[in-house]
Design a protein around this ligand. Sequence first.
Ligand SMILES: NC(=O)C1=CN([C@@H]2O[C@H](COP(=O)(O)OP(=O)(O)OC[C@H]3O[C@@H](n4cnc5c(N)ncnc54)[C@H](OP(=O)(O)O)[C@@H]3O)[C@@H](O)[C@H]2O)C=CC1
Ligand SMILES: CCCCCCCCCCCCCCCC(=O)[C@@H](N)CO
Length: 302
Amino acid sequence: PGAHVVVTGGSSGIGKCIAIECYKQGAFITLVARNEDKLLQAKKEIEKHSINDKQVVLCISVDVSQDYNQVENVIKQAQEKLGPVDMLVNCAGMAVSGKFEDLEVSTFERLMSINYLGSVYPSRAVITTMKERRVGRIVFVSSQAGQLGLFGFTAYSASKFAIRGLAEALQMEVKPYNVYITVAYPPDTDTPGFAEENRTKPLETRLISETTSVCKPEQVAKQIVKDAIQGNFNSSLGSDGYMLSALTCGMAPVTSITEGLQQVVTMGLFRTIALFYLGSFDSIVRRCMMQREKSEIADKTA
Ligand SMILES: NC(=O)C1=CN([C@@H]2O[C@H](COP(=O)(O)OP(=O)(O)OC[C@H]3O[C@@H](n4cnc5c(N)ncnc54)[C@H](OP(=O)(O)O)[C@@H]3O)[C@@H](O)[C@H]2O)C=CC1
Ligand SMILES: CCCCCCCCCCCCCCCC(=O)[C@@H](N)CO
């Protein structure tokens, strides 16, 4: 309550729901995104959930992936108005899918800029003050596709895996200063961004993704905010989310003894389950390939 929460990508989808969730708990919110109309629209929607009349929603229009100095300036402006940032949520991002050879090289650059550098810049702009105050939370929104590579996600997965490396290294640096990092790995979530992404998704990617069901953004946001407040390094959702996180824990920091023990005990079992999933993904890819070849031959003979 009374905390200042900055949400990049806060004008739509998961980011907007995170902002609402924090606002419901009495936070002051800064929304960061590019389109001003969407920002104002989201501000109105968030303000409906106020719990006292002091709460403020500030909107800032900036591209978080372009120029570090610009991002630093807008964070400064937000801090002058609403005080030092207690929690930063890096949720601005996007997905583009397609086979490796069909994706433009510029798409690799763009996704890396938005999903990775767009998380580096705001974090870099708040970290010094957080360390000085010995208070702070930084949330990175990765994806289940940041835990495993899937057909069609060569550009997207890489940009989401990058976040994990950044987060692990940063957590080791800032833990003694009482600053906690959370990486969230949401499954497919029903948002405007997801609808957009689905318009060009390869059949293989669609079929493989259907392994997990589509979540509501409110549900995803609730889990992320809860994990961030608790200072959990990992934030995931559902039974496949739980399995994926335990299976891919690697050298990630552990937040509780229980979490560590669960990882140790479940690792072999989850790897066994994963082998079956991998087998079924491979057969989806093979089936789609054969289907395509068949229809190509049919086209030629027709
Ligand atoms: N929906 C899903 O299935 C999943 C999504 N995710 C991740 O969650 C995050 C949010 O996704 P979702 O809610 O679906 O996305 P939406 O497309 O619905 O919203 C994206 C938000 O980010 C903002 N944004 C995009 N690019 C920039 C930029 N360069 N600078 C500043 N703001 C930007 C958008 O505003 P504007 O365009 O006006 O700038 C908008 O507010 C993304 O990082 C996505 O990869 C992870 C797993 C699953
Ligand atoms: C023990 C092992 C369990 C294995 C479970 C495997 C589940 C794989 C499904 C992955 C779905 C990928 C979602 C990507 C969401 C996303 O980021 C896009 N919507 C882009 O926004």
